[in-house]
Write a protein that binds this ligand. Sequence first.
Ligand SMILES: [Zn+2]
Length: 273
Amino acid sequence: MLLARTAAAAILGTVMFAGATRPHATPALRMAQMIKAVPTDKKLIAFTFDDGPNRRWTPQVLSLLAQHHAHATFFVIGQEVTRCPDVIQSISRAGMEIGNHGMHHRWLRNLTEEAVKADITGGADAIVAAGGPRPYLYRLPAALADDAARRTLGALHYTVVSWSIDTRDWRRGTSSQRIAQTVMREAAPGKIVIMHDGPAHREATLAALREVLPALQARGYRIVTVGDLLRNSQFAAQRAIPPAPTARKPKAKLVRESRPRSVFPRDWLRRIG
Ligand SMILES: [Zn+2]
């Protein structure tokens, strides 16, 4: 229950704050801020892709985004990052944003503080080891966290990014038309779209993306990262948002690493995040 809202939370309106709720709580005990949309007059919409990186699907998503001069935030799973660090480098070089989605996609509830911390910092360390920037955004696997986990995320200075347009593209049999219709019907300034670039079949996601990127742009929207949304809101006054990543020229040769195929934890298949 929200006991008190911070002044900043009141200013931010539709930004949902799950934490910083006790008036006299020390900063270390504050829960992480939860964001599902950012109030803005500008026609900006953020796209996010979860559960990658994936050697097959992520490059195709990157190519579509580049084709339309669009940007997005990729919430990557640490264990996948260690399998294809070169894909992290491609995301980074393309000027996209990388967020933390945990080391093993663990649901952050009923875990010890050590286990929560290990999954969060493991995910961040994997990104850095692969050559990406240290992430300041986190997305909860399956959108689940108990208060203790939210406090840990707060202590680690993460902003937790939820979503306001759920394409449900992870559902088996979801058509590209359905995904595209959801995005176009619910599009509004400051909203955050969730899609997936791993690990299962993503043909429908790609087909929908091919349709919605130009359609949104025809309506006057710019497709941006979550960081871009935050930098264009009052949120930027509260905390330092790192500058936008800039696209870099690819190196002559990518380092490729061959590892066994991804093995997700059993509970991953039941996740919604
Ligand atoms: Zn996920």
